[in-house]
Design a protein around this ligand. Structure first.
Ligand code: 3AM
Length: 177
């Protein structure tokens, strides 16, 4: 079985802007440069045969290139505790449209369609229980922005657990435009 997800890889200058934000939050496990991505669709554990069907379906996705910018920083919470810190992106419309095509392609490969609402974000850190506070970072970086960057492809990633956390390897790239 392999654990898969579909994501956009931000370009190096954007990743370096994100890496510069990292630090100074107790209990934050910051993402490494290699780990930075914008998830389009989490797939989960599938067998090799299904993974090939997913790949074939993703190859048939047609979508124009589009531009994104970084936009703000926020946190996901569970029961009042921060679980992750993330950077936002804008605009959401082209991402939502691409997410929908990716989701439909994955459904054609026989997987269940996504039930959760799609909420575009780039995870910066996962939070240990009892970590934080996160508010100072959110306030200082809350107006994060960047020049627009072009999204020219999206990628199928395999996620595996390494000694230092999740390791993400690109399985395939799908050009846009
Ligand atoms: O884009 P991020 O880093 O927020 O949290 C996991 C990560 O999201 C998410 O998929 C991305 C690549 O691992 N993920 C992991 N398990 C998940 C699940 N069961 C999940 N997303 C939805 N459902």
């Amino acid at each position: 079985m392999i654990r898969l997800f579909v994501a956009i890889r931000p370009p190096a200058p954007i990743r370096s802007q994100l890496l510069d934000l990292m630090g100074g939050v107790r209990g934050a496990r910051w993402q490494s440069d290699d780990q930075l991505h914008l998830t389009l669709r989490f797939i989960g554990e599938v067998d090799r045969h299904t993974a090939e069907d997913v790949h074939a379906a993703l190859e048939s996705v047609r979508h124009p290139r589009f531009a994104l910018s970084l936009s703000g920083v926020g946190a996901f919470d569970r029961r009042g505790q921060p679980t992750a810190l993330w950077a936002g992106v804008s605009p959401h419309d082209p991402l939502k449209a691409l997410h929908k095509k990716v989701d439909q392609a994955i459904a054609r490969a026989g997987l269940e369609p996504e039930r959760r609402a799609y909420s575009p974000h780039i995870t910066l850190a996962r939070m240990s229980r009892g970590g934080g506070p996160v508010q100072p970072l959110i306030e200082s970086a809350g107006n994060l922005s960047s020049p627009p960057f072009e999204v020219g492809d999206f990628r199928l990633y395999e996620s595996s657990l390494g000694p230092e956390g999740a390791v993400y390897n690109v399985v395939a790239r799908y050009p846009l435009g």
